[in-house]
Design a binder for this molecule. Structure first.
Ligand code: MN
Ligand code: MN
Length: 465
């Protein structure tokens, strides 16, 4: 090979060009593919925040984590967790250093955009029965038509007991759907704006067409459906008002591409980071600083409520831990570091016009570090300082984590936020990082396996820093 010219050498030294992770090491591809198998199982086991919390709790128990007892004092190496109402989880492995020195936190969210049932969802129209829905989080409504849907959730019954619902996942189950117009009659609908392609009040789930055989009954199809639900779940129509029923795509996660280099699934945002954050925690022995993994609910609708990242339950858990060592919570927070582990937009060549390629994360180019998120001039973002970016870059580099810089496309194309701000507001130094996603918030999102793996290595590096 010809010797490099001085300018070629300078270019190597001074310029930066992110590279495809697999090009740097072939061995890492194998590791990433193996990691993806566990992740896909996690995805298929948890399609709602409750299911992810239950699955996570099981993984914690299997790894020897005990239910947190605020009256107890814990020793280095002890493993504890707390489940908030079965919908959010915080787990910790106690480190050797005092809580005064702060914690290492990785935070992700377990809720994903979906369709929720309304409190009075069941109705009949022209010999069909339907559920009315209320969408949860930022969805593109037109994407939810004509695909197999599953129904997940819980009913609370009059006697205070609850019953879980999960229909559409087993291959012998029926599925449900939202119908759309045939192209032959779609001329007028085709003129609608894309955001109105299917309107919120048209997101009605088709659930039946059979009727009870009784001419005296007015709503015979609705009644027929209700009889089936009553037989199976012991509920009446009024019980929908005390239920939490979520409509999600009925399919399982799948490899994408002839090379199987990507994963397509519902709910990568943000279960891809939830899995990485949890799995990395489970594999720790005794860290120096105490490691905390928080899997929060309600991020997609603003992190409000008792199970969201703004809830005081997180502070209560942390304060109870700190008190056991006689350390003030504010002192611990002051020295803590948090990786806000959430997905970012992946550059999509198919829609290149809304991206800023130099600053956007690319699939399988590594963990995406986001100094800030936000919209319209960083609005609503916590914008990490240079020192924090330097710290996390050093941690990633030392652990051999391939990372890239991520932003959310062209500045005024839109934007978005994460839970980073709620951690930073607590006076915890925080930065966003996560996996780049194609078709984010769609019923079928796509991620790169190498990024999933680098994200997990990144979470581990933060716990162990
Ligand atoms: Mn997210
Ligand atoms: Mn999201």
């Amino acid at each position: 090979m010809a010797e490099k010219t001085p300018n070629q050498q300078l270019a190597e030294k001074l310029l930066f060009k992110p590279a495809y992770v697999g090009d740097k090491s072939a061995a890492v591809k194998q590791e990433a593919h193996a990691f993806a198998e566990g992740y896909k199982k996690f995805l298929d086991a948890g399609k709602t925040e409750r299911e992810v919390a239950a699955e996570s709790e099981q993984m914690l128990k299997d790894a020897g984590y005990q239910q947190f007892d605020p009256k107890k004092t814990y020793a280095p190496g002890d493993k504890v967790y707390f489940s908030q109402l079965g919908k959010a989880i915080v787990a910790s492995t106690i480190g050797t250093r005092s809580f005064e020195d702060g914690f290492h936190l990785v935070i992700a969210h377990t809720d994903s955009p979906r369709l929720d049932l309304r409190p009075t969802p069941l109705y009949e129209s022209d010999h069909f029965s339907y559920f009315k829905t209320h969408y949860y989080g930022g969805i593109r409504k037109y994407q939810w038509g004509t695909m197999p849907l599953a129904i997940h959730g819980v009913f609370s019954r009059a006697d205070g007991t609850t019953v879980s619902v999960n229909v559409g996942e087993d291959e012998n189950d029926p599925v449900f759907c939202i119908t759309d117009l045939l192209p032959h009659l779609g001329a007028e609908q085709g003129e609608r704006k894309l955001s109105d392609g299917i309107r919120a009040e048209e997101l009605n789930i088709l659930i039946g067409s059979d009727a009870v055989d009784d001419e005296e009954v007015k709503e015979a199809v609705k009644l027929n459906t209700m009889i089936l639900l009553n037989e199976k779940y012991g509920i009446t129509e009024k019980d929908f008002a005390r239920a939490e029923i979520e409509i999600v795509p009925a399919y399982k996660s799948r490899d994408v591409g002839f090379d199987r280099s990507m994963i397509g699934a519902y709910g990568h945002d943000d279960r891809v980071c939830s899995y990485a954050a949890l799995k990395a925690l489970l594999e720790l022995e005794t860290p120096t600083k105490t490691a905390v993994c928080m899997l929060a609910d309600k991020e997609e609708i603003g992190s409000m409520g008792v199970t969201g990242m703004q809830s005081a339950f997180f502070d209560t858990f942390m304060e109870d831990l700190c008190e056991s060592q006689g350390v003030a919570l504010r002192v611990c927070y002051e020295s803590a570091f948090c990786l806000s582990s959430d997905v970012t937009a992946a550059y999509d060549p198919n829609f290149a016009e809304v991206y800023e390629k130099r600053n956007d994360a690319q699939v399988n180019h590594g963990l995406g570090l986001c100094k800030y998120t936000g919209a319209r001039g960083k609005g609503g973002s916590s914008d990490a300082d240079a020192e924090t970016v330097a710290y996390v870059r050093r941690v990633m580099d030392e652990a051999g984590v391939v990372w890239q810089i991520g932003e959310m496309g062209k500045i005024d194309a839109g934007g978005g936020g994460t839970v980073a701000q709620y951690m930073a507001n607590r006076n915890i130094t925080t930065i966003d990082a996560g996996v780049p996603v194609l078709s984010m918030h769609a019923p079928f999102e796509t991620v790169g396996k190498l990024d999933c793996y680098m994200n997990y290595l990144g979470c581990k590096a933060v716990y162990l820093a």
